[in-house]
Write a protein of this length. Structure first.
Length: 271
């Protein structure tokens, strides 16, 4: 099947299933996160937020797979292409498991899909058991900074799996003052599309944040996009970051996290 992927979560899942060769088109974000996809020479097209019918048609896919977030205009462009569309909109970990299984069936990788889902569930179960008697910590996870938006439900589920108390309503807007009043012990920030570029020092200067425990203890972290904002098996990496951030004396530091006071990598300096 010739597939056009309009979100990195779709491409990540196809990679995990060993089915990147099915891609005839993907987004620039997909290429940046998973450069190995370029060995199959897919067309680079706009994502589900800014899709263009002409680009989709030029790639001649048999199926377009899109995932939230969407805009009405982009959905209209996708439908205008006339190609069959699978539109995903996961909210929870269970939704993500369903999407992985659906994509696995589409590319005839059912067993691989079950293996991936089982792997995520097993790591969550092990983390719950390991942290069962640890002292609970308050954790604020942020998806966007202007306005402040708390991370999605699946991130909150991972925090709870590691024994944390979630600050804020998942996916909803917050204020800097409300976060400060909740006084989280850990802050994890993964702005959509920002990669390693979140300026943590500027976040620490938000109103009231200088008195927050997380700021006083230097426990504010930038998390690479794919570990929080990509609803795929890559969330296992997000779980490892969460549990390390909460219990640094009990877990090895994983990849994909930068702490307050550590420099932004030179190749991705913010702004």
């Amino acid at each position: 099947m010739r597939i056009a992927s309009l979100q990195p979560s779709v491409t990540a899942t196809l990679k995990g299933l060993g089915a990147l060769s099915s891609l005839v088109a993907c987004t620039g974000h997909c290429r940046d996160l998973y450069p190995e996809v370029m060995q199959y020479s897919p067309a680079i097209i706009e994502d589900a937020w800014s899709a263009k019918a002409a680009e989709i048609l030029a790639a001649k896919p048999e199926l377009v797979i899109a995932a939230s977030p969407y805009r009405a205009e982009s959905l209209a462009e996708i439908l205008k292409s006339g190609v069959r569309v699978l539109a995903l909109a996961p909210h929870s970990l269970n939704d993500i498991y369903t999407d992985i299984r659906t994509l696995a069936a589409l590319v005839d990788r059912t067993s691989a899909g079950e293996h991936i889902v089982h792997g995520i569930m097993e790591e969550i179960s092990q983390t719950q058991e390991q942290t069962r008697n640890f002292i609970a910590q308050r954790v604020y996870c942020e998806e966007w900074g202007k306005p402040l938006i708390a991370s999605q439900l699946w991130v909150a589920e991972l925090v709870r799996a590691a024994g944390g108390v979630v600050i804020g309503e998942p996916g909803m807007q917050m204020t800097a003052e409300a976060v400060a009043d909740a006084d989280p012990e850990v802050v994890l920030v993964a702005w959509c599309g920002a990669g390693d570029r979140v300026p943590l020092d500027k976040l620490a200067e938000r109103p009231g944040w200088s008195k927050m425990r997380a700021v006083r203890d230097g426990r504010i972290y930038c998390v690479s996009d794919q570990f929080f904002n990509t609803p795929a098996h890559t969330l296992s990496g997000g779980l490892r970051i969460i549990r390390w951030a909460m219990y640094p004396d009990r877990y090895w530091r994983p990849e994909g996290v930068r702490a307050l006071g550590e420099p932004i990598p030179a190749e991705v300096v913010f702004g």
